[in-house]
Design a protein around this ligand. Structure first.
Ligand code: NDP
Length: 494
């Protein structure tokens, strides 16, 4: 008797023939009663779920977060206490390309983390950049449309991208990072991750601190030039998957140093910039990074679809001791990520194995499609509403946050006017050596091919305001790449 399992239908009945369709006779048509065949074909028709509207192409792995530092005076989150070891999942991604896109495209990389903490899942859904293109969610769908395909040509449109960016100077910081060396990492292990938004930490005493999260690569930064990436894409479109999966299979586990920057509520009232504006960083000299721990990826998924394609990260997932901030983009993402998962995975997406918390879960949500957890999550069938007298789960007031101070002069947190979109970009530009600057200019010129002159000129005005060398460097690169003769300096540098 063989040890091989018997092939069954999804209902568990043995399949007698998995090679030949059932016919009424040797020359007859296939019988409608060949249910096993119908089930097989029907399943194939349903193998695809909607791909993510953004961050469709991704690569991921499991690992651990180990806390080696001590930030207990800022947070009571159990997963951030000294010595804590928390299982976690990471998914990296490109933003614009579809599921079949080539991995080595110049793009921002998603850096999404799910920490299975003993107090619930904490998701930090960031990027490999510390800032973002827009500071208000009103602009997000339009921005993404400029990165995706033109409705008529079905091609990506450089005109749309630079038109939007040049009309949205808050994008300059992120555009500069994207066009710099860091816009094209060799593979996901050679890039930093940033929570990007400002979040909050809350300690045992109920005090709130604003926080930025950073994950610094221990593999070092390595990047490809556009030319190197172009050659590679001709050989493989899956370079990131090959690298990440291959390294972990070989036991070469990538690691990142976790750091935080901390700002008190009082300090947040005095910064020269809005600390809740995602187009800004907190300068390290003012808010020095504090070492917290180490993240290591050490286990490949056994099933890509189940564990990476169905992984549902959402900034709404916080735990006691870690919370949100008034960052307008963060506030919008708290809604839109969970909403996207309900759409593409279903109402009960948190019950998919990879998304399940590793702590007890109790709630009163009922029924719905794919309710696979066997009824209520309350522990008692009579406790199906709340409040109740039947020992059903009830709220934990100790998880409440301290009230947010909203008095005083809040006008500088209003982004409608008075923002500076240039000073921090200048600080970044000044970090680049001559080689980095030259590659920045030529990457921008390459990305501007075919863009109408009036849009190019508008964007050059922004580069000039960062630094005259920036605008002039791009002018020279445009001439070299496309023979484009830009007008002389269009906007005086500050
Ligand atoms: P610092 O010199 O103290 O820090 C510079 C930071 O820039 C480091 O985190 C470094 O990352 C990062 N960096 C270096 N080269 C690049 C690049 N090509 N693209 C993106 N990031 C890069 O300066 P400040 O804190 O005063 O910041 C100066 C500028 O650096 C900012 O305006 C911002 O553009 C950029 N930056 C700042 C960060 C922050 O949180 N303060 C974070 C990331 C960038 P690493 O240590 O890994 O090399």
């Amino acid at each position: 008797m063989s040890d091989r399992p018997i092939l069954t239908t999804t209902a568990g009945a043995p399949v007698p023939d998995n090679q030949n369709s059932m016919t009424a006779g040797p020359r007859g048509g296939v019988m409608l009663q060949d249910y096993q065949l119908i089930e097989k074909l029907a399943h194939q028709n349903r193998e695809r779920i909607p791909e993510r509207a953004v961050h469709a192409k991704g690569w991921g792995a499991h690992g651990t977060l180990t806390i080696t530092g001590d930030i207990s005076k800022y947070t009571r989150a159990k997963c951030l206490q000294p010595g804590a070891v928390t299982p976690m999942l990471a998914r990296f991604s490109t933003v614009a390309g579809e599921l079949g896109a080539a991995d080595h495209e110049r793009d921002v990389r998603g850096f999404a983390l799910k920490f299975y903490s003993p107090e619930g899942n904490w998701d930090l859904v960031g990027n490999n950049t510390p800032v973002f293109f827009v500071r208000d969610a009103y602009k997000f769908p339009d921005f993404i449309h400029t990165q995706k395909r033109h409705p008529r040509t079905n091609l990506r449109s450089a005109t749309a991208m630079w038109d939007f960016w040049s009309l949205s100077p808050e994008s300059l910081h992120q555009v500069t990072i994207l066009m710099s060396d860091r816009g094209l990492p060799v593979d996901p292990t050679f890039m930093n991750g940033y929570g990007s938004h400002t979040y909050s930490l809350i300690n045992e005493a109920g005090e709130r601190f604003w926080v930025k999260f950073h994950f610094k690569t221990e593999q070092g930064h390595r990047h490809y030039t556009n030319a190197e990436a172009g050659q590679l894409i001709g050989q493989t479109r899956e370079g990131y998957q090959e690298a990440l999966f291959g390294k972990i299979e070989k036991g070469e586990y990538p690691r990142w140093k976790m750091q935080v920057q901390i700002m008190t509520e009082e300090e947040a009232e005095k910064t020269a910039y809005n600390p809740f504006d995602i187009t800004k960083v907190w300068p390290h000299a003012e808010f020095p990074p504090i070492d917290v721990g180490v993240m290591e990826l050490n286990r490949n998924p056994d099933n890509y679809f189940a564990e990476i394609e169905q992984a549902a990260f959402s900034p709404s997932n916080i735990v006691p001791g870690i919370s949100y901030s008034p960052d307008k983009m963060l506030q919008a993402r708290i809604f839109s990520y969970a909403d996207a998962h309900r759409y593409r995975l279903g109402t009960h997406y948190e019950n998919i194995l990879v998304n399940q918390p590793k702590c007890p879960v109790h709630h009163y949500h009922r029924d719905g499609q794919m309710n696979t957890y066997g009824g209520l999550k309350t522990g008692n069938p009579d406790a199906y509403y709340e409040p109740n007298s039947f020992s059903g789960p009830f709220e934990d007031k100790s998880a409440a946050e301290p009230p947010l101070k909203i008095d005083g002069d809040m006008s500088r947190f209003d982004h409608r006017e008075g923002n500076d979109d240039y000073v921090q970009v200048r600080a970044l530009f000044n970090l680049f050596d001559d080689g980095q600057k030259a590659r920045l200019f030529s990457n921008i010129a390459a990305a501007m091919g075919g863009v109408p002159g009036f849009i190019v000129e508008r964007q050059l005005g922004h580069f000039d305001r960062v630094h005259p060398d920036y605008g002039n460097g791009v002018r020279a690169a445009l001439k070299a790449a496309h023979g484009y003769e830009a007008s002389a300096i269009s906007t005086a540098a500050e």
